[in-house]
Design a protein around this ligand. Structure first.
Ligand code: COA
Length: 333
């Protein structure tokens, strides 16, 4: 059976740096509050006219393709995760496919929020394992800054999110020492409304978008921060242990954990539960905030750029997010 290997990584973050102090111009908050509760110092916001969701994804993908030594024409399928697409439909994967000149190649748009990239990676991995495709481009890209409510009313979520994109190229391999070992996916819709954006929903009377919906804040992110936090710290640990147990491995075997960048306190808790050192966990939330589906591939690509991925390393990706969803992937680098 074919296996899949990550042969290329890339990321793109907009140039526009927004510090915690910059946020105080729009809302009542402070650098101290944000750093203490989340670890975030700054994040990037897209520049209108320069960046789009799909252009950021294309930039990350070009880097990943170059790293893999491939051209867009070599890719068999695109799996693209985002909850902030350029259009309501079709998805941004179509726009990125056009941008990269990959006409005719299949594209799959998925959501799955903060777990989006790990879900997308799993989908691509299954396509390659089944023999249906030999190469895949897996992308996470988000523009959160145009959605979030930057007034004081939205401060509990506005301070967390940022924009960016990350991408990975997967190639078929027969080598079990350098491959995606396994992926593990979960969801629990009972908590769908603990972190969500209600509008523009289709199951509404009359027209989909009304002035009242906007005034009632239905387009804003609602988050029960406490509930998200409590579930996240449990699910991260669970899904990482599930991946290890499935493969007869232990936490001590992990060389590098690349968690979704939700909150530095969540990452620290999970790290301590697993008995990992600080140098074994990738944290870049300080500089990029939470970029939802883009956070894991940005963190992984940055870890590669910084020389933190070594031949034969056991790498664990893990994510938790709205839905709720949670997921992990074990990779032999
Ligand atoms: N600046 C200043 N004060 C703020 C604030 C901000 N940006 N956001 C909220 N506050 C205030 C609240 O109004 C509240 O004030 P009150 O006590 O007078 O009512 C106080 O700070 C505490 O708010 P609370 O929401 O209870 O804070 P918290 O300690 O739970 O921290 C989060 C909030 C969002 C940092 C935390 O819940 C969290 O990280 N949750 C997980 C979020 C996450 O990971 N989301 C991504 C999904 S993967």
């Amino acid at each position: 059976m074919a296996l899949s290997r990550i042969t290329g990584l890339g990321y793109y973050v907009p140039d526009n740096v927004i510090t915690n102090n910059d946020l105080t111009k729009w809302m009542e908050t402070s650098d101290e509050w944000i750093q203490e509760r989340t670890g975030i110092r700054e994040r990037r916001y897209f520049e209108y006219g320069k960046d789009t969701n799909y252009s950021m994804a294309a930039a990350a993908s070009r880097q990943a393709l170059e790293h893999a030594g491939l051209t867009p024409g070599d890719i068999d399928v695109i799996v693209y995760a985002t909850i902030t697409p350029d259009y309501f439909f079709p998805g941004s994967a179509f726009l990125m496919q056009r941008e990269l000149g990959m006409d005719g190649k299949p594209v799959i748009d998925i959501r799955e929020q903060c777990s989006g990239f790990v879900y997308a990676l799993s989908i691509a991995d299954q396509f390659i394992k089944s023999g249906m495709y030999k190469t895949a481009l897996v992308v996470g890209s988000e523009i959160q800054s145009s959605w979030i409510d930057k007034s004081t009313a939205g401060r509990n979520t506005a301070v967390i999110f940022g924009d960016g994109a990350g991408a990975a190229v997967l190639t078929a391999t027969e080598d079990p020492q350098h491959c995606i070992i396994s992926t593990h996916l979960h969801a629990d819709g009972r908590y769908a409304e603990e972190l969500f954006v209600r509008e523009p929903g289709s199951s509404r009377p009359g027209r989909t978008i009304t002035k009242e919906m906007i005034e009632e804040g239905g387009f804003n992110v609602y988050m029960n921060g406490n509930a998200v936090f409590k579930h996240a710290i449990v699910r991260f640990g669970e899904v990482i242990r599930e991946a290890l147990e499935k493969n007869g491995l232990e936490a001590g075997d992990i060389d590098l954990l690349v968690p979704h960048q939700a909150n530095i306190r969540i990452s620290d808790y999970v790290r301590q539960q697993l008995g990992l050192s600080e140098s074994q966990v990738v944290n870049n939330i300080q500089r990029f905030g939470n970029t939802t589906a883009a956070s894991v591939p940005i963190a992984l690509a940055e870890a590669f750029e910084n020389g933190r991925l070594h031949d034969g390393n056991l790498i664990c990706l893990a994510a938790f997010g709205s839905g709720f969803t949670w997921a992990s992937a074990l990779i032999r680098w």
